[in-house]
Design a protein around this ligand. Structure first.
Ligand code: ARG
Length: 459
């Protein structure tokens, strides 16, 4: 088949090279952006008098028909036509003839592919943004139910101090909120219009770049033609935003996997969000959480792959850059797959409040509060720390929790301890006296939840 660029060639492309070179298999998903971009370009060419008005109109009508036919499944793309850009152009020329041949005036596939990819990822970023907003909502709604659900907080995966499940959820709210702001920030640099960069050195035609940018919803036009065609920072930035989203999902998944184990037994996944074993009848496995944790690896891999693809490419466009699409598309698809299923899994799981409370009581999680009690009675903190350390050692020896020591036993360690120690070191006091901004106290977390609701409704 004759190539659109075939003029200077004497031989046709080797079949293996056609297959090797072609990107239509994976870049056809940008068909809508490619056509929209071409419509804007053709309208601008006609407006500027670079092509005849009637040709501009024919091109626009022809492209709209192609779009409708693609969406109706009536078009089969050809490997020989290499990529989505040349497939669309070739079909257009077949359909409208002469006028179609004027579409590519003042444009190169190099600036065209940069345009399409920016537009495609911009649309995907908007979708992921909505999914993140949903995740924020889920964190807040679930947190609202659990401001009094006391659970152990951990450091080093050793019981540390009691918190609430609401407080834990609101930590993830903060993470997803940062993810959202990172995505918005990334979109600012993505939303720059490269058409007019040509192959690398711009063009002699009097293109109205600002017009095309406005038509296509871009905030700015790129300021250097070499950079316009060779910049893929926006792809890497997005892959990095997506990696962080996955990292957050993966950490929470890991916690849910631990918490559903018999040893923790803090949560139970809904039947609809777990699977059984083909051999062990008793099993109920948190496969969804595990898969999310597992898929995180592939998104990180794509980020690393993209960085590596770009690291040695001289300016401007090089064919290596065709390798940007599969990884970023897969990263986007993976995040779009994981976010909603994670949210549904979280909303449907059972929270075993009693076990969480029981868990918070073991492991001397109120030891800091015993020390703080002594400090409030006048002891310097370092001394109080040492006293309580000895108390903990004694309690381990006698198989007791700190609040199970009698007043006499307490007084053996320090005679400034009175009856009020018991309320001072109850789990409820430990949590609810931590009213400091960012703390787990019921009223503090409630304030955080209220602020979050306001933030989400303003998005
Ligand atoms: N399909 C190519 C890509 O995805 C765009 C074409 C530019 N290629 C070229 N040989 N000028 O990067």
């Amino acid at each position: 088949m004759a190539k659109l660029w075939g003029g200077r060639f004497q031989k046709s492309t080797d079949k293996k090279v056609d297959d090797f070179n072609s990107s239509i298999r994976f870049d056809q998903r940008m068909y809508k952006q490619d056509i929209k971009g071409s419509i804007a370009h053709a309208s601008m060419l006609a407006k500027q008098g670079i092509i005849p008005k009637e040709d501009g109109e024919k091109i626009v009508t022809g492209l709209k028909e192609i779009l409708a036919d693609i969406e109706a499944g009536k078009i089969e793309f050809e490997i020989d036509a290499e990529d989505i850009h040349m497939n669309v152009e070739k079909i257009l020329i077949e359909r409208i003839g002469e006028a179609g041949k004027r579409l590519h005036t003042g444009r190169s596939r190099n600036d065209q592919v940069a345009l399409d990819l920016r537009m495609y990822l911009r649309d995907e970023t908007d979708q992921i943004r909505q999914m993140l907003i949903h995740a924020l909502q889920v964190m807040v709604d679930t947190a609202s139910l659990h401001t009094e659900t006391i659970m152990p907080g951990y450091t080093h995966l050793q019981k540390a101090q009691p918190v609430t499940f609401a407080h834990h959820l609101m930590a993830y709210y903060e993470m997803f909120k940062r993810d959202l702001s990172r995505l918005d920030d990334c979109k600012k640099r993505m939303n720059v219009m490269p058409l007019g960069s040509g192959a690398l050195a711009g063009t002699t035609y009097p293109l109205d770049r600002e017009f095309t940018a406005k038509e296509l919803g871009f905030d700015a036009v790129s300021q250097n033609s070499l950079d316009g065609v060779s910049d893929r920072d926006f792809v890497i930035e997005l892959a990095s935003c997506l990696s962080l989203i996955m990292m957050h999902l993966s950490r929470f998944s890991e916690e849910l996997i631990l918490w559903s184990s018999h040893e923790f037994s803090f949560v139970e996944m809904d039947d609809a969000f777990s699977t059984g074993s083909s051999i062990m009848p008793q099993k109920k496995n948190p496969d969804v959480a595990e898969l999310i944790r597992g898929k995180t690896g592939r998104v990180y891999g794509h980020l690393m792959g993209l960085l590596t693809t770009m690291k040695g490419i001289p300016l401007a466009y090089n064919k290596d850059m065709q390798e940007d699409k599969e990884p970023i598309f897969d990263a986007v698809d993976t995040v779009k797959l994981c976010l909603p299923v994670f949210c549904d899994m979280l909303c449907t799981m059972t929270v075993k409040k009693d076990n969480m409370l029981k868990g918070s009581k073991g492991g001397f999680t109120n030891a800091t509060d015993v020390a703080d009690y002594l400090v409030k009675k006048g002891l310097p903190f370092r001394e109080a720390h040492a006293v309580v350390g000895r108390m903990v050692f004694y309690s381990i020896e006698h198989g007791k929790a700190l609040d199970e020591l009698s007043l006499e036993e307490f007084k053996e360690f320090s005679d400034i301890i009175d009856e009020d120690i018991y309320t001072a070191i109850s789990m409820e006091t430990c949590v609810n006296d931590r009213k400091i901004i960012g703390g787990p106290a019921k009223e503090t977390v409630q304030r955080a939840i209220d602020a979050a609701k306001e933030y989400i409704s303003a998005l």
